[in-house]
Write a protein that binds this ligand. Structure first.
Ligand code: F0G
Length: 469
Protein backbone atom coordinates (compact mmCIF):
# COMPACT_ATOMS: atom_id res chain seq x y z
CA UNK A 1 0.00 0.00 0.00
CA UNK A 2 1.25 3.50 -0.81
CA UNK A 3 -0.61 5.20 2.04
CA UNK A 4 1.51 5.32 5.16
CA UNK A 5 -0.96 5.49 8.05
CA UNK A 6 -0.49 6.70 11.61
CA UNK A 7 0.47 3.38 13.29
CA UNK A 8 -1.77 4.07 16.30
CA UNK A 9 -5.40 4.60 17.22
CA UNK A 10 -6.56 7.44 19.44
CA UNK A 11 -7.92 6.52 22.86
CA UNK A 12 -7.93 9.92 24.53
CA UNK A 13 -8.48 13.28 22.86
CA UNK A 14 -7.80 16.93 23.65
CA UNK A 15 -10.26 19.44 22.22
CA UNK A 16 -8.97 22.20 19.97
CA UNK A 17 -10.66 25.56 20.53
CA UNK A 18 -11.62 26.97 17.15
CA UNK A 19 -11.25 30.73 16.65
CA UNK A 20 -12.32 33.10 13.89
CA UNK A 21 -9.91 35.21 11.89
CA UNK A 22 -11.33 38.34 13.54
CA UNK A 23 -10.61 36.91 17.00
CA UNK A 24 -7.09 35.93 15.99
CA UNK A 25 -6.37 39.40 14.61
CA UNK A 26 -7.39 40.85 17.96
CA UNK A 27 -5.47 38.22 19.97
CA UNK A 28 -2.23 38.69 18.06
CA UNK A 29 -2.51 42.49 18.31
CA UNK A 30 -2.98 42.14 22.09
CA UNK A 31 0.06 39.80 22.14
CA UNK A 32 2.08 42.62 20.49
CA UNK A 33 2.48 40.38 17.43
CA UNK A 34 4.70 37.98 19.39
CA UNK A 35 3.49 34.38 19.12
CA UNK A 36 5.19 33.45 22.41
CA UNK A 37 2.73 35.78 24.16
CA UNK A 38 -0.35 33.88 22.95
CA UNK A 39 -2.29 31.60 25.24
CA UNK A 40 -1.83 28.10 23.82
CA UNK A 41 -5.59 27.48 23.74
CA UNK A 42 -5.90 30.37 21.28
CA UNK A 43 -3.74 28.34 18.86
CA UNK A 44 -5.38 25.79 16.54
CA UNK A 45 -2.30 23.88 15.31
CA UNK A 46 0.76 24.40 17.52
CA UNK A 47 4.00 23.79 15.64
CA UNK A 48 6.13 25.89 17.99
CA UNK A 49 8.20 22.88 19.06
CA UNK A 50 8.46 19.10 19.03
CA UNK A 51 9.94 19.29 22.54
CA UNK A 52 7.84 17.98 25.41
CA UNK A 53 4.76 18.01 23.19
CA UNK A 54 4.58 14.29 22.32
CA UNK A 55 1.47 12.24 22.98
CA UNK A 56 2.27 9.39 25.36
CA UNK A 57 1.04 5.86 24.63
CA UNK A 58 -1.34 3.78 26.73
CA UNK A 59 1.71 1.76 27.85
CA UNK A 60 3.47 4.93 29.01
CA UNK A 61 0.42 6.14 30.94
CA UNK A 62 0.20 2.67 32.52
CA UNK A 63 3.92 2.99 33.33
CA UNK A 64 3.20 6.14 35.34
CA UNK A 65 1.23 4.03 37.79
CA UNK A 66 4.30 1.82 38.28
CA UNK A 67 6.33 4.85 39.30
CA UNK A 68 8.06 4.29 42.62
CA UNK A 69 8.70 7.57 44.40
CA UNK A 70 11.34 6.35 46.87
CA UNK A 71 13.95 9.04 47.44
CA UNK A 72 16.85 6.62 46.98
CA UNK A 73 17.18 3.39 45.01
CA UNK A 74 13.78 3.53 43.31
CA UNK A 75 13.06 0.50 41.09
CA UNK A 76 11.85 3.05 38.50
CA UNK A 77 15.44 4.31 38.22
CA UNK A 78 16.72 0.82 37.53
CA UNK A 79 14.06 0.26 34.84
CA UNK A 80 15.04 3.61 33.29
CA UNK A 81 18.75 2.78 33.45
CA UNK A 82 18.19 -0.62 31.83
CA UNK A 83 16.13 0.94 29.00
CA UNK A 84 18.83 3.57 28.33
CA UNK A 85 21.65 1.00 28.41
CA UNK A 86 19.73 -1.27 26.05
CA UNK A 87 20.27 1.40 23.36
CA UNK A 88 23.20 3.41 24.70
CA UNK A 89 25.60 1.20 26.57
CA UNK A 90 27.39 3.83 28.66
CA UNK A 91 28.68 3.06 32.15
CA UNK A 92 26.99 5.89 34.06
CA UNK A 93 23.42 7.11 33.44
CA UNK A 94 22.54 10.27 35.35
CA UNK A 95 18.91 11.49 35.11
CA UNK A 96 18.22 15.24 34.84
CA UNK A 97 15.02 17.27 34.56
CA UNK A 98 15.72 18.11 30.91
CA UNK A 99 18.52 18.36 28.34
CA UNK A 100 20.00 21.71 29.36
CA UNK A 101 20.51 20.51 32.94
CA UNK A 102 22.68 17.67 31.59
CA UNK A 103 24.57 20.22 29.47
CA UNK A 104 25.11 22.55 32.41
CA UNK A 105 26.48 19.78 34.62
CA UNK A 106 28.77 18.44 31.89
CA UNK A 107 30.12 21.88 30.95
CA UNK A 108 30.63 22.76 34.60
CA UNK A 109 33.03 19.81 34.78
CA UNK A 110 34.86 19.88 31.42
CA UNK A 111 34.69 23.48 30.13
CA UNK A 112 36.24 26.72 31.45
CA UNK A 113 37.87 29.94 30.27
CA UNK A 114 40.59 28.47 28.03
CA UNK A 115 38.49 25.69 26.47
CA UNK A 116 37.10 25.35 22.94
CA UNK A 117 34.28 22.93 22.27
CA UNK A 118 33.61 22.04 18.64
CA UNK A 119 30.36 20.56 17.31
CA UNK A 120 28.54 20.34 13.99
CA UNK A 121 26.17 23.04 15.35
CA UNK A 122 25.62 23.63 19.04
CA UNK A 123 21.99 24.06 20.03
CA UNK A 124 21.35 27.46 21.75
CA UNK A 125 21.23 26.03 25.29
CA UNK A 126 24.42 24.01 24.72
CA UNK A 127 26.21 27.07 23.37
CA UNK A 128 24.93 29.17 26.29
CA UNK A 129 26.07 26.58 28.85
CA UNK A 130 29.52 26.42 27.23
CA UNK A 131 29.85 30.21 27.06
CA UNK A 132 28.64 30.57 30.65
CA UNK A 133 31.88 28.82 31.77
CA UNK A 134 33.98 31.25 29.70
CA UNK A 135 34.69 28.61 27.02
CA UNK A 136 34.21 29.05 23.28
CA UNK A 137 31.60 27.06 21.34
CA UNK A 138 32.65 26.36 17.72
CA UNK A 139 30.29 25.26 14.95
CA UNK A 140 31.96 23.18 12.22
CA UNK A 141 29.08 21.89 10.10
CA UNK A 142 30.00 21.05 6.48
CA UNK A 143 29.68 23.83 3.90
CA UNK A 144 26.63 22.12 2.32
CA UNK A 145 24.84 22.36 5.67
CA UNK A 146 24.77 26.15 5.41
CA UNK A 147 23.06 26.30 2.01
CA UNK A 148 19.27 25.94 2.45
CA UNK A 149 18.64 25.12 -1.23
CA UNK A 150 21.15 22.33 -1.55
CA UNK A 151 20.08 18.69 -1.47
CA UNK A 152 22.53 16.47 0.43
CA UNK A 153 21.71 13.30 2.41
CA UNK A 154 23.69 14.27 5.53
CA UNK A 155 23.75 18.03 5.86
CA UNK A 156 24.35 17.66 9.61
CA UNK A 157 27.86 16.22 9.07
CA UNK A 158 30.82 17.86 10.76
CA UNK A 159 33.68 19.17 8.61
CA UNK A 160 36.51 16.75 9.48
CA UNK A 161 39.31 18.92 8.04
CA UNK A 162 38.29 21.87 10.17
CA UNK A 163 37.96 19.64 13.23
CA UNK A 164 41.46 18.30 12.61
CA UNK A 165 42.76 21.91 12.48
CA UNK A 166 41.13 22.75 15.82
CA UNK A 167 42.36 19.54 17.47
CA UNK A 168 45.89 19.87 16.05
CA UNK A 169 46.32 23.41 17.43
CA UNK A 170 48.39 22.69 20.53
CA UNK A 171 47.59 26.09 22.00
CA UNK A 172 43.92 25.27 22.46
CA UNK A 173 42.35 23.05 25.03
CA UNK A 174 39.54 20.87 23.69
CA UNK A 175 38.05 18.88 26.59
CA UNK A 176 35.29 17.22 24.49
CA UNK A 177 33.97 17.25 20.94
CA UNK A 178 30.18 17.27 20.55
CA UNK A 179 27.95 16.14 17.73
CA UNK A 180 24.26 17.06 17.58
CA UNK A 181 22.08 14.29 16.10
CA UNK A 182 20.02 15.37 14.25
CA UNK A 183 21.38 18.88 13.79
CA UNK A 184 18.42 20.95 15.02
CA UNK A 185 19.89 24.42 14.45
CA UNK A 186 20.90 23.35 10.94
CA UNK A 187 17.38 22.28 9.90
CA UNK A 188 17.03 18.90 11.64
CA UNK A 189 19.57 17.39 9.26
CA UNK A 190 21.15 14.00 10.03
CA UNK A 191 24.78 12.97 10.57
CA UNK A 192 26.00 9.86 8.70
CA UNK A 193 27.58 6.90 10.46
CA UNK A 194 30.66 7.44 8.30
CA UNK A 195 30.98 11.02 9.58
CA UNK A 196 30.37 9.95 13.16
CA UNK A 197 33.15 7.35 12.82
CA UNK A 198 35.42 9.94 11.20
CA UNK A 199 34.87 12.33 14.11
CA UNK A 200 35.57 9.52 16.60
CA UNK A 201 38.82 8.58 14.78
CA UNK A 202 40.05 12.19 15.06
CA UNK A 203 38.98 12.35 18.71
CA UNK A 204 40.89 9.13 19.45
CA UNK A 205 43.96 10.44 17.67
CA UNK A 206 43.97 13.49 19.94
CA UNK A 207 42.67 11.65 23.00
CA UNK A 208 39.51 13.76 23.31
CA UNK A 209 36.15 12.19 24.28
CA UNK A 210 33.18 12.45 21.91
CA UNK A 211 29.81 13.41 23.42
CA UNK A 212 26.58 13.13 21.42
CA UNK A 213 23.79 15.67 21.91
CA UNK A 214 21.35 12.91 21.11
CA UNK A 215 17.85 14.44 21.43
CA UNK A 216 16.68 13.06 18.08
CA UNK A 217 18.86 9.94 17.89
CA UNK A 218 16.12 7.63 16.51
CA UNK A 219 15.26 10.02 13.67
CA UNK A 220 18.98 10.23 12.85
CA UNK A 221 19.27 6.42 12.86
CA UNK A 222 16.28 6.10 10.53
CA UNK A 223 17.89 8.55 8.07
CA UNK A 224 21.05 6.39 8.16
CA UNK A 225 18.95 3.31 7.38
CA UNK A 226 17.26 5.08 4.47
CA UNK A 227 20.21 6.96 3.02
CA UNK A 228 23.54 5.38 3.90
CA UNK A 229 25.00 2.46 1.99
CA UNK A 230 25.13 -0.77 3.97
CA UNK A 231 22.40 0.08 6.49
CA UNK A 232 19.14 -0.67 4.63
CA UNK A 233 18.92 -4.18 6.10
CA UNK A 234 19.99 -3.30 9.64
CA UNK A 235 17.40 -2.67 12.34
CA UNK A 236 17.11 0.87 13.69
CA UNK A 237 17.96 -0.49 17.12
CA UNK A 238 21.21 -1.97 15.79
CA UNK A 239 22.02 1.35 14.07
CA UNK A 240 21.31 3.27 17.30
CA UNK A 241 23.63 0.94 19.23
CA UNK A 242 26.31 1.37 16.60
CA UNK A 243 25.98 5.18 16.75
CA UNK A 244 26.51 5.22 20.50
CA UNK A 245 29.34 2.65 20.36
CA UNK A 246 31.38 5.44 18.71
CA UNK A 247 30.80 7.90 21.56
CA UNK A 248 32.09 8.33 25.11
CA UNK A 249 28.98 9.95 26.49
CA UNK A 250 25.78 11.81 25.68
CA UNK A 251 23.48 14.59 26.77
CA UNK A 252 19.81 13.95 26.18
CA UNK A 253 16.54 15.82 26.22
CA UNK A 254 13.97 13.05 26.71
CA UNK A 255 11.37 15.62 25.59
CA UNK A 256 12.15 14.65 22.00
CA UNK A 257 13.00 11.04 21.10
CA UNK A 258 12.04 9.49 24.43
CA UNK A 259 8.41 10.47 23.77
CA UNK A 260 7.80 12.15 27.14
CA UNK A 261 6.82 15.61 28.31
CA UNK A 262 9.78 16.20 30.64
CA UNK A 263 13.14 14.57 31.35
CA UNK A 264 16.71 14.09 30.23
CA UNK A 265 19.99 12.51 31.18
CA UNK A 266 23.75 12.72 31.04
CA UNK A 267 25.57 9.48 30.22
CA UNK A 268 29.33 9.04 30.61
CA UNK A 269 31.90 6.27 30.50
CA UNK A 270 34.48 8.22 32.49
CA UNK A 271 34.38 7.27 36.17
CA UNK A 272 35.85 10.52 37.51
CA UNK A 273 33.59 12.81 35.45
CA UNK A 274 30.57 10.73 36.48
CA UNK A 275 31.49 11.09 40.15
CA UNK A 276 31.73 14.87 39.77
CA UNK A 277 28.49 14.96 37.78
CA UNK A 278 26.62 13.11 40.52
CA UNK A 279 27.94 15.56 43.10
CA UNK A 280 26.71 18.47 40.99
CA UNK A 281 23.41 16.67 40.42
CA UNK A 282 22.81 16.44 44.16
CA UNK A 283 23.39 20.19 44.49
CA UNK A 284 20.92 21.32 41.85
CA UNK A 285 18.77 18.45 40.52
CA UNK A 286 18.36 15.74 43.13
CA UNK A 287 19.61 12.36 44.33
CA UNK A 288 21.30 10.32 41.55
CA UNK A 289 18.44 7.83 41.26
CA UNK A 290 15.87 10.49 40.33
CA UNK A 291 17.80 13.62 39.33
CA UNK A 292 15.04 16.20 39.17
CA UNK A 293 12.35 13.81 37.96
CA UNK A 294 9.58 11.83 39.62
CA UNK A 295 9.85 8.03 39.57
CA UNK A 296 6.83 7.99 37.24
CA UNK A 297 8.69 10.16 34.72
CA UNK A 298 11.52 7.62 34.66
CA UNK A 299 8.99 4.85 33.93
CA UNK A 300 7.50 6.83 31.03
CA UNK A 301 10.98 7.35 29.56
CA UNK A 302 11.79 3.62 29.86
CA UNK A 303 8.68 2.74 27.84
CA UNK A 304 9.18 5.63 25.39
CA UNK A 305 12.66 4.40 24.52
CA UNK A 306 11.24 1.05 23.44
CA UNK A 307 8.55 2.71 21.34
CA UNK A 308 10.79 5.24 19.58
CA UNK A 309 12.86 2.60 17.76
CA UNK A 310 9.71 0.97 16.33
CA UNK A 311 10.24 1.18 12.58
CA UNK A 312 6.55 1.52 11.71
CA UNK A 313 6.49 4.59 13.95
CA UNK A 314 9.66 6.02 12.39
CA UNK A 315 8.44 5.38 8.84
CA UNK A 316 5.22 7.26 9.65
CA UNK A 317 7.11 10.03 11.46
CA UNK A 318 9.47 10.72 8.54
CA UNK A 319 6.67 10.37 5.98
CA UNK A 320 4.49 12.89 7.80
CA UNK A 321 7.23 15.54 8.03
CA UNK A 322 8.13 14.94 4.36
CA UNK A 323 4.41 15.15 3.40
CA UNK A 324 4.20 18.71 4.71
CA UNK A 325 7.51 19.70 3.11
CA UNK A 326 6.59 18.32 -0.30
CA UNK A 327 3.16 19.95 -0.26
CA UNK A 328 4.70 23.34 0.54
CA UNK A 329 7.20 22.89 -2.29
CA UNK A 330 4.32 22.07 -4.68
CA UNK A 331 2.60 25.34 -3.71
CA UNK A 332 5.83 27.23 -4.44
CA UNK A 333 6.81 27.91 -0.81
CA UNK A 334 10.63 27.69 -0.53
CA UNK A 335 11.83 25.38 2.25
CA UNK A 336 15.18 24.17 3.56
CA UNK A 337 16.09 21.11 1.50
CA UNK A 338 15.91 18.21 2.14
CA UNK A 339 13.16 18.04 4.78
CA UNK A 340 14.64 17.22 8.21
CA UNK A 341 13.28 14.76 10.75
CA UNK A 342 11.25 16.82 13.19
CA UNK A 343 10.38 20.00 11.33
CA UNK A 344 9.93 21.82 8.06
CA UNK A 345 11.85 25.09 7.83
CA UNK A 346 10.31 27.69 5.51
CA UNK A 347 12.70 30.12 3.83
CA UNK A 348 10.92 33.42 4.56
CA UNK A 349 13.64 35.54 2.95
CA UNK A 350 12.96 33.85 -0.38
CA UNK A 351 9.17 33.79 0.03
CA UNK A 352 8.96 37.49 1.00
CA UNK A 353 11.86 39.17 -0.86
CA UNK A 354 10.12 42.56 -0.59
CA UNK A 355 10.62 42.56 3.21
CA UNK A 356 14.21 43.47 4.19
CA UNK A 357 15.85 41.21 6.83
CA UNK A 358 15.65 43.88 9.52
CA UNK A 359 11.92 44.22 8.93
CA UNK A 360 11.75 40.52 9.87
CA UNK A 361 10.21 38.49 7.01
CA UNK A 362 10.08 35.40 9.26
CA UNK A 363 8.04 37.27 11.87
CA UNK A 364 5.72 38.55 9.15
CA UNK A 365 5.15 35.03 7.84
CA UNK A 366 4.67 33.58 11.34
CA UNK A 367 2.04 36.23 12.17
CA UNK A 368 0.27 35.69 8.82
CA UNK A 369 0.06 31.94 9.48
CA UNK A 370 -1.51 32.65 12.85
CA UNK A 371 -4.09 35.14 11.63
CA UNK A 372 -4.95 33.02 8.59
CA UNK A 373 -5.35 29.67 10.33
CA UNK A 374 -4.35 29.81 13.99
CA UNK A 375 -1.05 28.05 13.20
CA UNK A 376 1.91 28.78 15.45
CA UNK A 377 5.45 28.32 14.12
CA UNK A 378 8.61 30.04 15.29
CA UNK A 379 10.80 32.65 13.61
CA UNK A 380 14.45 31.60 13.37
CA UNK A 381 16.13 34.62 11.83
CA UNK A 382 16.96 38.22 12.59
CA UNK A 383 14.47 38.49 15.45
CA UNK A 384 16.15 35.55 17.19
CA UNK A 385 19.76 36.24 16.22
CA UNK A 386 19.91 39.82 14.93
CA UNK A 387 20.68 41.69 18.14
CA UNK A 388 24.41 42.01 18.79
CA UNK A 389 25.99 42.14 22.27
CA UNK A 390 26.63 45.92 21.83
CA UNK A 391 22.93 46.52 21.16
CA UNK A 392 23.32 47.05 17.39
CA UNK A 393 21.53 44.91 14.80
CA UNK A 394 22.89 42.67 12.02
CA UNK A 395 20.76 40.54 9.70
CA UNK A 396 20.94 36.80 10.51
CA UNK A 397 22.35 34.52 7.81
CA UNK A 398 18.92 32.91 7.24
CA UNK A 399 15.33 34.09 7.75
CA UNK A 400 13.37 30.93 8.54
CA UNK A 401 10.10 29.89 10.11
CA UNK A 402 10.28 26.47 11.78
CA UNK A 403 7.18 24.29 11.75
CA UNK A 404 8.07 21.57 14.25
CA UNK A 405 5.81 18.54 14.32
CA UNK A 406 4.89 17.20 17.78
CA UNK A 407 5.18 13.39 17.90
CA UNK A 408 1.93 11.36 17.52
CA UNK A 409 -0.25 14.47 18.08
CA UNK A 410 -1.65 15.68 14.77
CA UNK A 411 -3.27 13.60 12.03
CA UNK A 412 -2.96 14.04 8.29
CA UNK A 413 -6.08 16.22 8.11
CA UNK A 414 -4.51 18.66 10.57
CA UNK A 415 -1.52 18.87 8.26
CA UNK A 416 -3.80 19.25 5.21
CA UNK A 417 -5.34 22.24 7.00
CA UNK A 418 -1.85 23.73 7.51
CA UNK A 419 -1.16 23.25 3.81
CA UNK A 420 -4.43 24.99 2.88
CA UNK A 421 -3.49 27.96 5.08
CA UNK A 422 -0.16 28.15 3.30
CA UNK A 423 -1.94 28.26 -0.06
CA UNK A 424 -3.79 31.36 1.08
CA UNK A 425 -0.72 33.01 2.60
CA UNK A 426 1.23 32.25 -0.58
CA UNK A 427 -1.41 33.93 -2.73
CA UNK A 428 -1.33 37.02 -0.50
CA UNK A 429 2.46 37.06 -0.02
CA UNK A 430 2.95 40.39 -1.84
CA UNK A 431 0.60 42.11 0.64
CA UNK A 432 2.50 40.99 3.76
CA UNK A 433 4.28 43.82 5.52
CA UNK A 434 7.41 43.92 7.62
CA UNK A 435 7.55 44.63 11.37
CA UNK A 436 9.46 46.90 13.68
CA UNK A 437 10.39 46.08 17.25
CA UNK A 438 8.93 48.57 19.71
CA UNK A 439 10.19 47.01 22.95
CA UNK A 440 12.87 44.40 23.61
CA UNK A 441 14.99 42.97 26.42
CA UNK A 442 18.80 42.95 26.05
CA UNK A 443 19.01 39.13 25.71
CA UNK A 444 16.91 36.41 24.04
CA UNK A 445 14.60 39.10 22.77
CA UNK A 446 12.45 36.81 20.62
CA UNK A 447 10.62 35.47 23.68
CA UNK A 448 9.27 38.80 24.92
CA UNK A 449 9.80 41.53 22.27
CA UNK A 450 6.85 43.69 21.17
CA UNK A 451 6.30 44.25 17.45
CA UNK A 452 4.37 46.72 15.33
CA UNK A 453 3.46 46.04 11.68
CA UNK A 454 4.92 48.47 9.16
CA UNK A 455 2.26 49.60 6.74
CA UNK A 456 2.97 47.93 3.39
CA UNK A 457 3.95 50.09 0.43
CA UNK A 458 0.77 49.19 -1.44
CA UNK A 459 -1.29 50.65 1.42
CA UNK A 460 0.92 53.76 1.52
CA UNK A 461 0.33 54.24 -2.18
CA UNK A 462 -3.38 53.57 -1.93
CA UNK A 463 -3.73 56.02 0.94
CA UNK A 464 -1.73 58.64 -0.96
CA UNK A 465 -3.99 58.28 -4.00
CA UNK A 466 -7.17 58.26 -1.96
CA UNK A 467 -6.25 61.33 0.03
CA UNK A 468 -5.03 63.29 -2.98
CA UNK A 469 -7.35 66.27 -3.51
N1 F0G B 1 19.88 20.00 22.23
C1 F0G B 1 19.08 20.10 21.16
C2 F0G B 1 19.57 19.66 19.81
C3 F0G B 1 17.77 20.61 21.31
O1 F0G B 1 16.98 20.69 20.24
C4 F0G B 1 17.33 21.00 22.60
C5 F0G B 1 16.00 21.57 22.79
C6 F0G B 1 18.21 20.87 23.68
C7 F0G B 1 19.48 20.35 23.46
C8 F0G B 1 17.83 21.28 25.08
O2 F0G B 1 16.95 20.38 25.64
O3 F0G B 1 14.89 21.76 26.06
O4 F0G B 1 15.25 19.56 27.21
O5 F0G B 1 16.60 21.53 27.84
N2 F0G B 1 15.27 21.98 21.84
C9 F0G B 1 13.92 22.51 21.92
C10 F0G B 1 13.45 22.94 20.55
C11 F0G B 1 13.72 23.54 22.96
O6 F0G B 1 12.34 23.53 20.46
O7 F0G B 1 14.13 22.69 19.56
P1 F0G B 1 15.86 20.85 26.74
Amino acid sequence: MDTIIEPFRIKSVEPIRMTSRGEREKLIREAHYNLFNLHADDVIIDLLTDSGTSAMSAAQWAGLMQGDESYAGSPSYFRFEEAVKDLMPFEHIIPTHQGRAAERILMGIVAGPDAKIPSNTHFDTTRANIEATGAEAIDLVIEEGLNPDLDHPFKGNLDLDRLEDVLADESTHVPVVMLTVTNNSGGGQPVSMENLKGVKTLCDKHDVPLILDACRFAENAYFIKQREEGYADKSVKAIVREMFSHADGMTMSAKKDALVNIGGWLALDDEEWAREARNQLILTEGFPTYGGLAGRDLEAIAVGLQEIVDEDYLEYRMASTRYLGEALTDIGVPIVEPVGGHAVYVNAKKLLPHIPPLEYPGQSLAVALYTTGGIRGVEIGSVMFGRQPDGSEEPASLELVRLAIPRRVYTQSHIDYVIECFEEVYDRRHELAGYEITEEPPQLRHFTAHFQPLVPDSVHKRTATETRP
